[in-house]
Design a protein around this ligand. Structure first.
Ligand code: ATP
Ligand code: MG
Length: 252
């Protein structure tokens, strides 16, 4: 079977007056249907750049992207939005502040607004129908983040690209978003790239992870295997610091 998403040897450099920054060097990955691939690595390691390249927000200097085996390198978000949606850290600012949630979500769909379908997605992310009439400023950060997950699904895209979607949330909202992601994954309908600097959190949601450092993928594999037997020194350090927070210990 074809991978639902695949990137092959992606490279991206940013040129500036102070010199070039190599953000991605020969990064390859694949994502299968129903799978969540975690992407971890320290600040500046290229995680967001990778998601931007995959979504078409920026074009790679070289390398190729495939959806269901079909090459889509160079396609812009307007087009890639048919099969993937990016969810950012700051969910609130991704909604029009003047619009009630229901309208924002409806506008993400193709064709006529389907209220029954909107409600279905709202329930899936554990939110109350009553919140649909509110504006973004009248919701908590966690509620907004779950609204943005619902909106992504309502748009018809089967692939989510999540960039630090729990980082701006307090612990209890974080737990709710993690629960939603887990449920969606267990449904088998969602496929996602899940970027986070928090390997402990990633280990709760993902099947496989990819560890990035200085724009390169230094390690990639099944989550349990990487946590129990990391091959790269940098991965070992990430796990060690997560263990200190006694989170990974709870999971494994
Ligand atoms: N538009 C840009 N112009 C120039 N350099 C950029 C640009 N975007 C990113 N970079 C550089 O590319 C590198 C990778 O950045 P990126 O945002 O992908 O890192 P990240 O892993 O997402 O970090 P964080 O965890 O802090 O979000 C960094 O050195 C960054 O400064
Ligand atoms: Mg980033």
């Amino acid at each position: 079977m074809e991978h639902i998403l695949e990137g092959k040897e992606l490279n991206k450099r940013f040129a500036s007056e102070k010199g070039d920054t190599t953000a991605l060097t020969d990064v390859s990955f694949y994502l299968d249907k129903g799978e969540v691939l975690g992407i971890v690595g320290e600040s500046g390691s290229g995680k967001s750049t990778l998601l931007k390249v995959v979504s078409g927000m920026i074009t790679p200097d070289s390398g190729d992207l495939f959806h269901d085996g079909k090459k889509y390198t160079g396609q812009k978000p307007r087009k890639t939005g048919e099969f993937l949606q990016v969810i950012f850290q700051d969910a609130k600012s991704s909604f029009d502040p003047r619009m009630p949630m229901e309208r924002s979500i409806a506008e993400a769909g193709r064709g006529r607004a389907d209220r029954a379908l909107i409600l279905e997605h709202i329930k899936k992310v554990g939110l109350d129908e009553e919140l649909l009439s509110r504006k973004p400023s009248q919701l908590s950060g966690g509620q907004c983040q779950r609204m943005s997950i619902a909106r992504a699904f309502y748009s018809g895209a089967g692939i989510l690209l999540c960039d630090e979607i729990t980082s701006a949330l307090d612990v209890s909202s974080q737990a709710q978003v993690v629960k939603v992601m887990k449920n969606l994954k267990n449904d088998g309908k969602m496929s996602a790239l899940f970027v986070s600097h928090d390997i402990a959190l990633v280990s709760m949601i993902c099947n496989r992870i990819m560890v990035m450092k200085d724009g390169r993928c230094v390690e990639q594999g099944e989550i349990g295997k990487i946590i129990s037997d990391p091959q790269h020194e940098y991965t070992r350090k990430l796990i060690e610091s997560a263990r200190k927070q006694e989170i990974v210990n709870e999971v494994y």
